[in-house]
Design a protein around this ligand. Structure first.
Ligand code: ATP
Length: 439
């Protein structure tokens, strides 16, 4: 059963992210800039962990996938061929009274959401961010910051096929920045102007595309569940006719129940042979596959699972957030999957004014650091130190106490159960690696 309301509101998440160093407003000291966010010390770890497990699961552990890292700046013709120059638009309306601008489909009752003023008729607004290559700002040097990573994979189809010698079906994967001049960036990092995508372009024989589309939808859905998102907070949504992008035969979104409602985490599209045919026609290069079985050339169909790193990070954070009562006090804990947790282990001396304890704790931390993200902390009482680590989702806290001097052992406290076990110091590293599933 889905709870009526997700447990946490966005203000709580935004404030935790700032307080604990996950996410800051971009250029905050200058008053901030709309639609840009900076990931702090723990946010950057969370994001790296998401990207690493995605890469491991989608590339390293599969025989049918290879990686790519294409440039953000591409030839202008790419965006003409892809249809972005013509069709990558959102309808926008302006308020005639306060002059604010909104996406037409996000305005209710045809009045300004801010001041109730009258709105203009919708006009199309291209979401690509323009830039100029070279010192002269004329049309010849105009290009765009890529609005998706996908095109880099289509234009490299022949190169990658050549060097990888893969047979259909096979795919390319890429993680990288994308830029969209969103009319109304909103909901924290959910809709921003600069974001990161994790995209797969999976090339299949025409006729097998619908089956592969369904397989990828299921695979990608289960991937979020595997790393801890509650199944009831995920759903699939099929795009209806007029919602389909110009290249798509079918699209299914994986949506998450964010505090602001069901919203897209990832879209999985059947792009048909549209992209390869467009680029072949615009570039004059053959983008075909020789099918040895039939002895003919064919243009593969493409299935594209396209997810956002930032949206995944936000969903993992929101889903992991728990408040509990422990001995009449509120405990905030991020129950992040251990693979996602920014810090795996925190080491404390019970008494920071006892140099023998400090030395042992620092020694344990420095040994653990070789294997996993570890912090040493002695800047507060033990209760506060636990609370800090709970709030960033650290699975294990290790405390060195006075008894450690006698028994050469320490206490390991597990985040979710708060269970404490006594472990000999020489066994700490392997115990943690074992419990993290790394042995
Ligand atoms: P939306 O309908 O929310 O604008 P979209 O359907 O245009 O998204 P796609 O073009 O399918 O998005 O992009 C693939 C993925 O990239 C999305 O599922 C999302 O995770 C991410 N993404 C797209 N736009 C943004 C954005 N402005 N900010 C953050 N992530 C984004």
């Amino acid at each position: 059963m889905v709870e009526e309301q997700p447990m946490v509101d966005m203000d709580t998440i935004v404030s935790l992210c700032k307080r604990r160093g996950f996410i800051f407003q971009s250029s905050e000291i200058y008053g901030g800039v709309g639609g840009s966010w900076d990931y702090g010390p723990y946010g950057v770890e969370l994001k790296r962990n998401i990207k690493n497990i995605w890469w491991r699961d989608m590339v390293q552990r599969r025989d049918d996938m290879v990686g790519l890292d294409a440039a953000i700046l591409m030839h202008t013709r790419v965006w003409e061929a892809s249809g972005h120059v013509e069709s990558f638009t959102d309808p926008m309306v302006d308020c005639m009274n306060c002059k604010k601008r909104f996406r037409a489909d996000q305005v209710e009752n045809a009045v300004c959401p801010e001041c109730g003023g009258q709105l203009t008729e919708p006009r199309l607004f291209n979401l690509m961010l323009k830039t100029y290559l070279g010192p002269v700002e004329d049309d010849a040097s105009l290009t765009y910051l890529r609005p998706e990573t996908a095109q880099g994979m289509f234009v490299n189809f022949a190169n990658v096929l050549d060097v990888s010698r893969k047979k259909l079906p096979f795919g390319m994967a890429q993680i990288g920045k994308a830029f969209r001049n969103e009319i109304t960036p909103r909901n924290f990092t959910f809709r921003t102007r600069e974001f990161e995508q994790m995209e797969i372009e999976y090339f299949v024989k025409p006729g097998t595309d619908e089956e592969w589309h369904q397989r990828w939808v299921q695979d990608r859905f289960e991937w979020y569940v595997k790393y801890g998102i509650r199944r009831d907070f995920l759903r699939l949504r099929q795009h209806e006719g007029d919602e389909l992008a110009h290249y798509s035969k079918a699209t299914q979104d994986i949506e998450y129940l964010f505090p602001f409602g069901w919203s897209e985490l990832e879209g999985i599209s059947n792009r048909t042979d549209f992209d390869l045919r467009q680029h072949a026609s615009f570039s004059g290069r053959d983008l075909v596959y020789f099918d040895e079985e039939t002895g003919t050339h064919l243009v593969p169909y493409i299935i594209e699972p396209s997810g956002g790193v930032d949206r995944a990070a936000l969903a993992f954070l929101v889903d992991a957030y728990h408040e509990e009562r422990v001995r009449k006090e509120k405990r905030v804990v991020l129950r992040l999957h251990s693979e996602l947790a920014p810090v795996k282990a925190a080491v404390f001396p019970l008494l920071r004014n006892r140099p023998e304890l400090v030395t042992i704790a620092k020694q344990i931390a420095s040994e653990l650091r070789v294997e996993m993200m570890t912090v040493y902390d002695d800047t507060a009482s033990i209760g506060r130190l636990y609370r800090r680590q709970d709030e960033i989702g650290t699975p294990f806290c290790i405390t060195v106490d006075v008894d450690s001097l006698e028994d050469n052992a320490v206490t390991i406290r597990e985040r979710d159960s708060m269970e404490q076990t006594r472990v000999p110091i020489p066994e700490v590293k392997d115990t943690l690696l074992g419990r993290l599933g790394k042995l």
